[in-house]
Design a protein around this ligand. Structure first.
Ligand SMILES: C[S@@+](CC[C@H](N)C(=O)[O-])C[C@H]1O[C@@H](n2cnc3c(N)ncnc32)[C@H](O)[C@@H]1O
Length: 217
């Protein structure tokens, strides 16, 4: 899986959906950024969260298991090589649906955060969409509902303060090409998502952004 992601590194660096957007703007704001703030960006991919937070004066360490993403540290979300409470804020944007054990990953992110967790991911929209996501990209594990997110974050010792949802539309062609979905699988994905694809070939995606504060140590 790590090699697959390394091969995709340029595509995710260039992807407009990842590079910018109102979701990224709000995520940065919810980090309460500033020169004294130390952030860990988990599953950094093309490094867009890190870039934006550095522009705000934060000290940011990036981590990703795929060497090709050129993060500061190569590691998966559920084994972060940092001491407890090493960071003020831990971020993780549009990646958790690839994690094999979401509870373990959130516990680990919570362990190394002293103050905030700011997480965004695609939200669960039903089994038909899940099937399409897995066909599009076999590294897809699962998306979670708002209630599931609240439970997993609360179980990790953090209190959810704010939640926002984002609807965005993007070209279904670009979405499939970014992960090089084979033609047969791509055709089935288009069938499964037919109701969500408009006349201009745009598909709807929905994400949840969540800000949570440490409630116990
Ligand atoms: C869609 S990209 C992340 C996008 C990026 N956070 C952004 O805002 O543009 C997904 C990333 O998750 C990483 N990833 C996959 N499995 C992972 C795991 N188990 N733990 C941490 N990161 C993982 C991949 O290497 C990839 O860089």
């Amino acid at each position: 899986m790590t090699d697959v992601w390394s091969q995709r590194a340029d595509a995710f660096r260039e992807s407009p959906t990842h590079r910018e957007g109102p979701d990224l703007d709000l995520l940065v704001e919810w980090c309460e950024p500033g020169p004294e703030v130390k952030v860990l960006d988990v599953a950094t991919g093309g490094g867009h969260v890190a870039r934006r937070l550095r522009e705000q004066g934060c000290t940011v360490v990036t981590v990703d298991p795929a060497p090709g993403m050129k993060a500061d540290v190569v590691a998966p979300a559920d084994h972060l090589p940092f001491e407890d409470g090493s960071f003020d804020v831990v971020t993780c944007r549009i990646a958790a649906h690839h994690f094999p054990d979401i509870a373990a990953a959130v516990k680990e992110m919570a362990r190394v955060s002293n103050r905030l967790l700011v997480i965004e991911d695609n939200v669960f929209r039903g089994e038909r969409v899940e099937e399409a996501e897995r066909l599009r990209d076999p590294t897809h594990v699962r998306c979670y509902s708002e209630d599931e997110w609240k439970d997993v974050v609360t179980d990790a010792g953090f209190e959810v303060e704010q939640i926002e949802h984002f609807d965005r539309r993007q070209s279904v062609d670009a979405w499939l090409e970014r992960v090089e979905t084979p033609p047969d699988a791509a055709a089935r994905v288009r069938e499964l998502l037919a109701d969500d694809i408009d006349d201009e070939g745009m598909v709807g995606l929905r994400s949840i952004l969540l800000k949570a504060r440490r409630s116990q140590r």
